[in-house]
Design a protein around this ligand. Sequence first.
Ligand code: NAI
Ligand code: 15L
Length: 269
Amino acid sequence: MPAPRTVLLTGAAGGLGTLMRGLLPEYGYELRLLDVLPVEGEPDAITADLADRAALREAVRGVDAIIHLAGISLEASFDKILKANIEGTYNLYEAAREEGVRRVVFASSNHAVGFTPRPRGDDPLIPVDTPRRPDTFYGLSKSFGEDLAQFYWDKHGLETVSVRIGSCFAEPTSVRMLSVWMSPEDGARLFHAALTAKDVGHTVVYGSSANTRLWWDLSTARALGYEPRDDSEPYAEKIVAEQGDLDPGNPDHAHLGGHFTTHPPIWPY
Ligand code: NAI
Ligand code: 15L
């Protein structure tokens, strides 16, 4: 398979989509943008809901690969998650299969395994094959997405890299994020590796920078050719001074998913 050039980016109006719209063209990609909301400054972006199967089929026609970011990105009611994340992701995979698209990079989340206890002391890093332990309906939808990806590979030969993203924002802002942060630049490096690595079948990776306080194993990401260059540690002194270190008695600090395991916010969507 030649290296992908034309890539459909779903969720292009969102936070991560906006970061990736800025960073991925440097790698030579031509991005086709899709979101249910208009994408600021991008009059050619496709405005479509993941529920619209005809629009998805047209959107994926002729692209080499898809980066699938669209969906509800925090906890919400099951009905809303079902529509956008579960049915929506199915609709996109069906469109990809029908149009012969060969690879998807799926924005999974650490919340697919959010109830996994965080490593303490000399505990080993969490591997990608740790049992799934979703912490929310949102995390459950990402777990479904990973299974859907495996199914489309086994049944139809459609490849996916499922990226269990930690926290991809400009800077880490909490003590938990010191462990799970992915700099936007490392995010682009990882998406590029996921688009170009050969013979990925369905590969699951964690998505983060090479943080000193890392909780999970990046070896499957590195095997794709990902070489993270950032580390949250330069932010640590200030964050720990303001917020304190991880507290063994605080349930929000007990699991990978952080506060999603205790007080999940319901997004007014
Ligand atoms: P976001 O909420 O800023 O962006 C999501 C975008 O998807 C929005 O622009 C929204 O309009 C669009 N969208 C929602 N429902 C849609 C539908 N039915 N049809 C078409 N478009 C729809 O989220 P963010 O932070 O940009 O995350 C992007 C993806 O990465 C999400 O799937 C999220 O679950 C995943 N992720 C992000 C992390 C992060 O640190 N930003 C961490 C883990 C996963
Ligand atoms: C996610 O899955 C969310 O989409 C993102 O907004 C962050 O909350 C991130 O996880 C996190 O765990 O920090």
